[in-house]
Write a protein that binds this ligand. Sequence first.
Ligand SMILES: C[S@@+](CC[C@H](N)C(=O)[O-])C[C@H]1O[C@@H](n2cnc3c(N)ncnc32)[C@H](O)[C@@H]1O
Length: 249
Amino acid sequence: MGFLQRILGRKKSRTTGHRAGAKQAVPAPNQDAQRVDFFDTVAEEWDSKTKLSPTQEQQLAEIIDHVGIHDGQVVVDAGCGTGVLYKYLAPRIGSKGRVFGIDASPKMISLAEAKFSHDHRFSWHAGSVEKLIEEIAPEGIDRIICYASFPHFADPKLLLQIAAKALRPDGKLAIIHLGSSEEINGLHAGIGDSPVTQDTLPSVRELAVMAQEVSLELSVMAQEVSLSVQTSQEHPGLYFFLGASLKRS
Ligand SMILES: C[S@@+](CC[C@H](N)C(=O)[O-])C[C@H]1O[C@@H](n2cnc3c(N)ncnc32)[C@H](O)[C@@H]1O
């Protein structure tokens, strides 16, 4: 039985309360408090139970290379969990770069803070990406990375729209999973009755269509931004979507 299945098997009712010291959470949209609660519950065991193999670590490093993160850039790790991307981002942002880790689960954030507060280029924020992304870096964002988090956002099109607006010209949105949409959706479905069972990752083709629709909607709203698909790859063991922000001035 897998980690998530075991946790859920144990946890029949919702827990209440968050660890003292965690930052005040901004409520996630659509009242998805149960999802927050779920991730709070699994947070403590997250790192030990979701360890990547050396091959997967190598694969993730290559994908992050492909995202193209440069010295001094502003990066958002959207749905950062306990900060699993830290070791991939820290060597790539230079001394002046900034990373904003955002996660709806205060418990995940407090664990990330406990591990990485020594690195002042990184800051960790409890709350929904949809709410925080606009206020966290008003000067604009160069890279938004959703690693293993995209299916859990309540409204995928809203997330694409928010990202397109928040990114600087030439900014990029990366959606990454070490599994195809079929594999990820199968994993969630296999968990059984839980707040994440229905969380669905669209195929990269569907996501590309969504990005086009969002761009069209933004242009109808006279917003001078769009999201063009740069990379869309999907096969067993990998899902990688890279969208580039095009801003007209
Ligand atoms: C499957 S975990 C992945 C965590 C981390 N990226 C990793 O790979 O270890 C998904 C994370 O997304 C977070 N999440 C879900 N919806 C969110 C939202 N609307 N805003 C911010 N974080 C969210 C959850 O709290 C959870 O920690």
